[in-house]
Design a protein around this ligand. Structure first.
Ligand SMILES: [Zn+2]
Length: 428
């Protein structure tokens, strides 16, 4: 810790005294129903955040991601980036939060956009993922600015959109335009809900593809005159079950992915459709299926390449073809994300882990996320490796009904964010 201990103590006291502000800010953010899709209330939510930071001496800019998926005059993809310059030269620490939330779904016992406070928790869609984290980072930085800490370098806070749908109108768009690259930014903390005592250094990769097996239509009473695409697909499934799944399970990783079950390559069969369309009325007609389609969702490790992931599936299909003379297939790639992993001993991960130890009195768990988040864009597009996720929400509550964030966790994570920011800004 380079910052004077007296200043650190006063910052921590300031944050404790601002518990009500953290709660109120979280409630205000939850009350903007920023549901994605379609991208509701992005502008008022971004402006609310921008106006607050403008009053605190931040330079505030709004960036609309024109032409990105879903962007329209009715649902503009509005991002806000606020920057506060320090008194002298130094690095820049950036806190990035997505302001979009997923649909509410069924099963709520509270108003999803009410921001109700009960038993030390704030409830609502986005409380955990990740408006509570955003509120904690804002109050952490405000407390730091008010403490008399001689801020070198710069601090940035952004509220970005569309993380839940891939981040193309949010962090990806900004990263393509230099907002997440050196020399502008040096360290990025994304307050995603990975639990208050964990530092998340990255995430696995994603590859989605559709495999279609092809057959020949014939009368269902004489299937031997046709060629069933469903039977071909069943041969594919057999190979997946007995060859691919064991191979994936045996692949061990240096990525500390949580939960434990995700610490390997995985593949989910997202959907499977063959033969008669699902929306027929009346009785089905007797036909041999000439097409069967399957969508796969493959999650891969930093030790794998996307080429090897694809190659493994095409090799499997080619093995099926050797055993089944009339086997024909098509493969269509739908979506991919590269895995990302920061150095666990790098500045931002080590400063945050050290701050967790100081504030919570225990070792931070260094983890990777089973799914992806915006770190991929900071890493791959912005070419900025020193990026982690650290925030107060409980991972398992994300996207659930009655989502909440703990008030004590928000206060503690704000302290961790403030201490690690001071550390990062005053190193060398
Ligand atoms: Zn999130």
């Amino acid at each position: 810790m380079n910052a004077a201990p007296k200043i650190v103590d006063s910052v921590l006291r300031e944050i404790e005294a601002r518990e009500d502000q953290i709660v109120a800010l979280t409630q205000d953010l939850i009350r903007f129903p920023t549901v994605n899709p379609p991208g509701e209330a992005y502008r008022p939510c971004a402006e609310y955040l921008g106006n607050r930071l403008l009053k605190r001496g931040f330079q505030v800019e709004y960036v609309r991601a024109e032409g990105t998926p879903g962007d329209s005059d009715k649902y503009p993809r509005i991002n806000v980036v606020a920057r506060r310059e320090g008194k002298r030269k130094g690095p820049c620490v950036h806190f990035n939060s997505h302001i979009d939330v997923v649909q509410t779904g069924a099963g709520w016992t509270v108003d999803p956009f009410g921001g109700e406070v009960k038993d030390g928790k704030v409830y609502g869609r986005g409380a955990c993922d990740m408006k509570g984290g955003l509120a904690a980072s804002v109050v952490a930085v405000e407390a730091l600015l008010d403490s008399g800490f001689d801020l070198p370098g710069a601090v940035e806070i952004s509220g970005t959109v569309d993380e839940e749908s891939g981040g193309y109108g949010g962090v990806a768009y900004l990263a393509e335009r230099g907002w997440f690259s050196q020399p502008r930014v040096d360290h990025v903390i994304i307050p995603e809900p990975l639990n208050v005592d964990r530092v998340c250094i990255g995430h696995r990769g994603v590859w989605w593809a559709e495999i279609e097996t092809l057959g020949r239509i014939a009368h269902g009473s004489m299937p031997f005159l046709g060629d069933s695409a469903i039977r071909h697909m069943s041969a594919v499934l057999e190979k997946i079950e007995h060859e691919l799944y064991p191979a994936l399970a045996a692949r061990h990783s240096d990525m500390p992915v949580v939960p434990e079950g995700a610490r390997q390559s995985t593949m989910n069969i997202n959907s499977l459709h063959g033969g008669e369309g699902e929306e027929f009325t009346g009785l089905p007609v007797p036909c041999v299926a000439d097409s069967c389609r399957m969508i796969i969702d493959r999650r891969f490790l930093i030790e794998e390449t996307i080429e090897s992931v694809k190659g493994e599936v095409t090799a499997l299909l080619d093995r099926v073809a050797k055993e089944r003379p009339s086997f024909k297939y098509k493969m269509r790639e739908l979506f991919s994300v590269q895995p990302s992993m920061a150095d666990r001993d790098g500045p931002v991960a080590s400063a945050t882990a050290k701050a967790v130890r100081q504030i919570l009195g225990k070792e931070a768990q260094i983890v990777c996320s089973p799914g992806t988040y915006d770190q991929k864009h900071v890493d791959r597009i912005g070419k900025l490796k020193d990026c982690i996720a650290y925030g107060p929400g409980v991972l398992d509550l994300a996207h659930q009904p009655d989502e909440w964030v703990g008030i004590a966790d928000m206060v503690n994570s704000a302290k961790v964010m403030a201490v690690s920011t001071m550390d990062l800004l005053t190193r060398g």
